[in-house]
Ligand binder design. Structure first.
Ligand SMILES: [Ca+2]
Ligand SMILES: [Ca+2]
Length: 164
């Protein structure tokens, strides 16, 4: 069953990779950074020196998920999302970060190891922007889930939403 899960993940990764696009070079209609510590769901809030945006992070393990409602600006039709994280990692297996709206997959990220032996928790990395997904209405929910990893988890600092 474990191998089956990995195969499904790989298939999704390939599919997402095929339809993802880099952020447009033009400025977004709006850019909003949500602090992971303000999300609901799993995980424990930890204070970290390197967390430049709010100083708190959420420690998540494989299988954990957090979510937060966000407002959609008028005239926005597409959304990209980047994630800021630190990942102290001791093995070659790093956590996969899955980003979704309530109805759509924004994208998947294979996280980097940002260090080991405890130092990695103080070194942060901002991911590339995942997306786009179509958005409509005035509100939606952003969910961040963690799959797999080294068993010691990952820490999410924030998610930045780029509305176009
Ligand atoms: Ca880890
Ligand atoms: Ca934070």
């Amino acid at each position: 069953m474990k191998n089956f899960g990995i195969l499904v993940l790989l298939a999704v990764l390939l599919t997402v990779g095929a339809c993802s696009q880099p952020l447009p070079s033009t400025s977004p209609l709006k850019k909003v950074t949500l602090q992971a510590e303000d999300f609901d769901g799993d995980g424990q809030i930890v204070t970290r020196e390197g967390a430049a945006q709010g100083r708190n992070v959420v420690h998540l393990y494989g299988g954990d998920s957090i979510h937060k409602d966000f407002s959609i600006p008028k005239e926005a039709t597409k959304l990209w999302v980047s994630v800021r994280y630190s990942n102290d990692n001791w093995s070659a297996s790093t956590e996969t970060i899955v980003v979704k709206t309530s109805s759509k997959l924004v994208g998947l990220l294979m996280s980097w190891s940002t260090g080991s032996g405890g130092d990695g928790w103080y070194s942060f990395f901002e991911s590339r922007a995942l997306g786009p997904v179509k958005i409509e209405g005035s509100k939606d929910t952003l969910a961040i889930s963690i799959v797999g990893g080294d068993g010691y988890g990952i820490e999410i600092d924030s998610a930045t939403l780029y509305f176009y």
